[in-house]
Design a protein around this ligand. Structure first.
Ligand code: ADP
Ligand code: MG
Length: 256
């Protein structure tokens, strides 16, 4: 669970301003969508929150602590991308287990030499198996654990990617247009799954999309970004019924 504060955030690439002073507080456990036209800076904002990209100025706060200098893994936020980034040579089970095995390795690395001789490898593997099976059950992909990503449908692959994100119980999820590679019917189905997942996990979800309909149906609040600025933040109906800016009206009112 995490409250995420974004304070006076600026980002320039090669002198071009991409984020122009973004301020936003994302409440613990809320589902907020960040919407806006392609190129407006949505992915850049997510990457800065995740610690994958440094800001030019401004701050990110996670649960009341300034995240400056905190490594991405220590922030414990899960990113889910449109390209599923599954390992093609690994089974579904091993794909979901990747973050658990990485976490275990880094914990071991921090131990003194004696610690390396102590841990029961078998117990660690049993815990990993339990965690992967629990998540697979939650996402209804238990029968697929032995398959390789190449033997899955697009929707199944997306679920494996979500499984890999939830297995280490992150404090928040950052989704970057996770459904944009799927066909229209599957997209609508997966919307419902993601909304359901949020109800189940009750964790903070930040959901980036350029599809305003997707955002409207799933989120408690939407934040409309245009040209590197947040123009309006509010409940979907409020933004739809009462756009505070012609650019918001144009973006929200244009069918995709
Ligand atoms: P969105 O996700 O809303 O489509 P992005 O955050 O990906 O937008 O990009 C915002 C702007 O920043 C675009 O003009 C893009 O070309 C530029 N940009 C993004 N990443 C880089 C980068 N690594 N180097 C230079 N320019 C970048
Ligand atoms: Mg993007």
């Amino acid at each position: 669970m995490a409250e995420i504060g974004i304070r006076a955030l600026h980002k320039a690439f090669d002198g071009a301003d991409v984020l122009k002073g973004v301020d936003l507080t994302i409440e613990d456990g809320e589902f907020i969508s960040l919407v806006g036209p392609s190129g407006c800076g949505k992915s850049t904002l997510l990457r800065i929150i995740a610690g994958l990209e440094p800001q030019s100025s401004g701050e990110i706060w996670i649960d009341g602590a300034n995240a400056d200098g905190v490594r991405p893994s220590a922030r414990n936020l899960a990113m889910v991308f449109q390209s599923y980034a599954l390992y093609p040579h690994l089974s579904v089970f091993d794909n979901i287990a990747v973050p658990l095995r990485m976490k275990r390795l880094s914990a071991l690395e921090r131990m003194p030499l004696i610690g390396r001789l102590m841990p029961s490898r078998r117990r660690a593997e049993r815990t990993i198996r339990e965690d992967v099976e629990r998540v697979a059950g939650q996402l209804e992909i238990s029968p697929l654990l032995k398959r390789k990503p190449g033997q899955l449908s697009g929707g199944q692959r997306q679920r494996v990617a979500v499984g890999r994100a939830i297995v280490r119980q992150p404090r928040a999820f950052l989704f970057d247009e996770p459904l944009s590679n799927l066909d229209a019917k599957l997209r609508v189905h997966m919307r419902a799954e993601i909304a359901q997942l949020h109800r189940q996990l009750k964790t903070t979800f930040i959901y980036v999309t350029h599809d305003q309909a997707e955002a409207m149906t799933m989120s408690g609040r939407i934040a409309v970004m245009i040209g590197g600025e947040l123009i309006q933040v509010g409940a979907p109906a409020a933004v739809y019924d009462d756009p505070q800016d012609i650019r918001v009206a144009e973006f929200i009112g244009t069918p995709k």
